[in-house]
Design a protein around this ligand. Structure first.
Ligand code: FMN
Length: 136
């Protein structure tokens, strides 16, 4: 199986209703396609994990990457996995305020200006995702 992790910037601030509609569609499609994962929205930034059969994940990501509701999509991690980390969720979701964030998370997003450096820092994205799993 394949696991992808990316961050992106929303093209406008999302209302709770818009996020609900996005999640409903995503959960419907992901259940159909055997994809699990998690979506985090914080102050206009998205972070998403998609995991499942390689072809299904690549097809979903290609669709998501073309979506005009977000931009500046940056892949943080692409890994082959034996087991799902978010198997119970067709798309888990957290809307985070800075106060809810695990320690270090705000810095993680604030380094948007140099995400390429973040990608090179092996394992850092995974470390933050672990803290989100604990929050869920
Ligand atoms: C931040 C973000 C995350 C998304 N996540 C998913 C997802 O996990 N699965 C999915 O099918 N669509 C997701 N979408 C929506 C897709 O871009 C696209 O609109 C949708 O898959 C089209 O589905 P349809 O062909 O069934 O209408 C996401 C969109 C955004 C902006």
């Amino acid at each position: 199986m394949l696991s992808l992790v990316y961050v992106s910037a929303a093209t406008h601030p999302y209302s709770p209703q818009e996020l609900d509609a996005l999640l409903e569609k995503s959960r419907h499609n992901n259940t159909r396609d055997g994809i699990s994962g998690m979506l985090i929205y914080r102050d206009g930034d998205f972070l998403q994990v998609l995991e499942g059969p390689e072809e299904a994940v690549r097809t979903a990501f290609a669709r998501i990457a073309k979506d005009a509701r977000h931009q500046r999509i940056m892949m943080l991690d692409e890994s082959r996995i034996e087991q799902r980390a978010f198997g119970e969720w067709s798309m888990g979701f957290r809307r985070l305020n800075a106060a809810d964030c695990p320690e270090g998370f705000v810095d993680f997003f604030n380094r948007n200006t140099d995400l390429a450096a973040l990608v090179r820092q092996d394992g850092e994205a995974g470390q933050y995702l672990d803290s989100f799993r604990k929050l869920a």
